[in-house]
Design a protein around this ligand. Structure first.
Ligand code: HEC
Length: 132
């Protein structure tokens, strides 16, 4: 299962780098399947982060693909795809402290009840949702 996940990731990276035109049909299929991503839900990083997102209030403002008050998790993941790992620390701090100005005028409320570790786990889950 893990091997399959890594294979999908590697494939996604290849696709992001331009891929190869001969495989276009296959890539299209993989792209569609990513919406469901059964391999993703088996990832412990995904599960740990989702648990935190689920027990906190995140989902009242964020959904994976539907914009509510906050940006969709997919948009957040796509925006920070390719950033260095330190982005996790930065975004986790922002979740804890709250903030505004990156996606618009609406502020994200602070989440002082979360530890830095919990916030980072939540952010890692979010960043897994990228589709490019
Ligand atoms: C009251 C609504 C609200 C709640 C609750 C909320 N958010 Fe947000 N979130 C926002 C808004 C609005 C933004 C955009 C802030 C900005 O433009 O800088 C945002 C932005 C973000 C970002 C991207 C930050 C950036 O600088 O790009 C992440 C990651 C995030 N939220 C994660 C979470 C997590 C995890 C939780 C739960 C612990 C959570 N949010 C709860 C409203 C919310």
């Amino acid at each position: 299962m893990k091997k399959y996940f890594i294979a999908v990731l590697a494939f996604a990276l290849l696709t992001a780098c331009g891929g190869n035109a001969g495989k276009e049909e296959k890539e299209g299929t993989a792209e569609e399947k990513k919406e469901v991503a059964p391999d993703l839900s088996a990832d412990p990083v995904y599960q740990a982060g989702l648990a935190i997102v689920g027990k906190s209030d995140c989902l009242t403002c964020h959904k994976v693909d539907e914009k509510i008050q906050g940006p969709t998790y997919r948009d957040v993941a796509n925006k920070y795809a390719g950033y260095p790992d330190t982005i996790v620390t930065h975004l986790a701090k922002k979740v804890i402290e709250g903030g505004t100005g990156v996606w618009g005028e609406i502020p994200m409320i602070p989440h002082p009840a979360l530890t830095q570790e919990e916030a980072e786990a939540a952010v890692k889950y979010i960043l897994l949702l990228k589709n490019k």
